[in-house]
Design a protein around this ligand. Structure first.
Ligand SMILES: [Fe+2]
Length: 467
């Protein structure tokens, strides 16, 4: 009896001082304002007849020596070529420029007809080299550039940006501008939900075009590594649109064949010292499905001597303590979590929940229906799960966390922002989360991440640091 009373007093005390058995819930209160899209004409098409627009690039092969350059010409199919050249060479005079021809596609969606969507793969590029490229002809020629990554290797430093659920509101613009103002990001890990066109009547596909123009000042110059979210499904049986991912798959090409995937919705790339695996939360992943079989094979292809950092991108988070979308990722966790622990995945980035959260290193893989071990426990071989669906879209913030904060949750805050993953060598990476309301150098959450393969020590966290 005494012990029950002392326990009750203990829990009463706990509730008074606001301590939970989990990590930190940020006390930062973000002023809320309505989430509305920027108007369609906020990012108009470039001037001139048939001027190329919505330019975006992504990695075009397994190792970073190819780039897929994509763009839209609104009225005519031609020209459908890109001219490109290495910095310092052949910049003047057409005869020295390389030319790559695009694969061109169009699609219809209800009463919308797309422009001509071009995807050109430029191959056999040099590593770690600046390239220029130009699209269009005559007075509508537009110029861009990109830098190829260094050759894949274990201690190659590289810095990734991380954004999810971006949309095209004024908040989205703030997140995006924040990221663009940070010179560190060399490539973007995008964890799904791009334009939110489907939140408009008949999935107004002009919003897909507007989004392509909105993000062009980053996507034309550095590769964005794409993940499909639920807002890419664009299913609308009432208007006879039954083909999942139709606009997304026409507009965004990825190098899935290079990793022996049969679908652009799941694939992998190696870039600098990272092996990045992209999964689809909205495609079949049960045993014997193509995604299941592919992931099993791909995890066996990971070579930590070559790429020490193993990173997974997917849309619907496995560990998240927000009431919005609670446990939607649970079935995929049940399928694949033990593989991630066996493979010592370093980080899993997810989106979907419009809030920020970073987990502890936990796993929940012992459960077998009869043994009762159905809770997450600390596990040094487990990934850290980061939910970064806080790009700032039309659906607003997910500001309703479960209480008390569960023990698997390390840090959580209902704000918009983006993250930077700064890989330094095979053992250390510095990860920071940047809240939109702060100036860019402020990190509202930061952690030195230790590689699971080479240095599987427990990390220490520290919030609100300058970097
Ligand atoms: Fe989502």
């Amino acid at each position: 009896m005494t012990s029950i009373w002392s326990l009750m007093v203990f829990f009463l005390l706990l509730s008074i001082v606001g301590v939970s058995n989990g990590g930190l819930t940020s006390r930062y209160i973000r002023k809320s304002r309505p989430s509305i899209d920027m108007p369609l004409d906020a990012f108009p098409s470039p001037k001139g007849f048939n001027a190329p627009e919505q330019v975006h690039i992504t990695q075009g092969d397994y190792v970073g020596r190819s780039v897929i350059i994509s763009w839209v010409t609104p009225i005519k199919k031609y020209p459908n070529t890109v001219r490109y050249w290495e910095d310092g060479k052949h910049g003047h005079g057409h005869k020295h420029k390389h030319i790559a021809r695009a694969i061109t596609t169009t699609y219809r969606y209800y009463n919308y007809t797309s422009g001509f969507i071009h995807h050109a793969t430029v191959k056999r590029l040099k590593y770690d080299t600046l390239y220029f490229y130009e699209l269009g002809r005559g007075n509508v020629t537009r110029h861009f550039s990109f830098k190829t990554p260094p050759e894949v290797g274990p201690d190659v430093p590289y810095t990734f940006g991380v954004i999810g659920d971006l949309g095209q509101t004024y908040d989205s613009n703030q997140t995006f501008e924040h990221y663009v103002s940070n010179p560190k990001g060399q490539a973007m890990l995008f964890v799904g939900d791009l334009s939110y066109a489907d939140n408009h009547p008949f999935h107004d596909n002009r919003k897909w075009d507007a989004w392509g123009r909105f993000v062009e000042k980053s996507t034309a110059y550095q590769p964005w590594i794409w993940t499909a979210g639920n807002h890419e499904l664009d299913l609308a049986p009432d208007i006879e649109e039954n083909q999942p991912f139709k606009p997304y798959l026409h507009r965004y090409h990825v190098p899935h064949k290079a990793s022996q995937s049969t679908s652009p919705l799941w694939y992998a790339i190696k870039r600098a010292s990272a092996h990045i695996i992209v999964l689809s939360s909205y495609s079949a992943y049960g045993k014997y499905t193509p995604q299941y079989n592919w992931l099993q094979q791909e995890l066996q292809r990971v070579n930590r001597y070559e790429t020490p950092w193993l990173i997974v991108l997917l849309h619907s988070p496995w560990y998240n303590s927000n009431n919005y979308h609670y446990m939607e990722g649970e079935s995929m966790r049940v399928m694949f979590e033990s593989w991630f622990v066996q493979s010592k995945v370093d980080i899993v980035f997810a989106g979907h929940v419009h809030s920020y959260e970073r987990s502890e290193r936990v796993s929940n893989v012992k459960y077998n229906i009869t043994n009762g071990l159905s809770f997450p426990v600390k596990d040094p071989s487990a990934p850290i799960y980061i939910t970064i669906g806080d790009g700032g879209n039309i659906e607003g913030l997910a500001n309703n966390f479960t209480e008390p904060q569960p023990s698997y949750s390390g840090f959580r805050e209902a704000s918009f922002g983006h993250a930077i993953l700064d890989i330094r060598n095979r053992t250390h990476a510095y990860y920071t989360w940047h809240r939109n309301q702060d100036s860019e150098p402020v990190a509202a959450d930061s952690i030195w991440l230790y590689n699971r393969y080479y240095f599987p020590q427990e990390e220490k966290t520290g919030a609100s640091t300058m970097v």
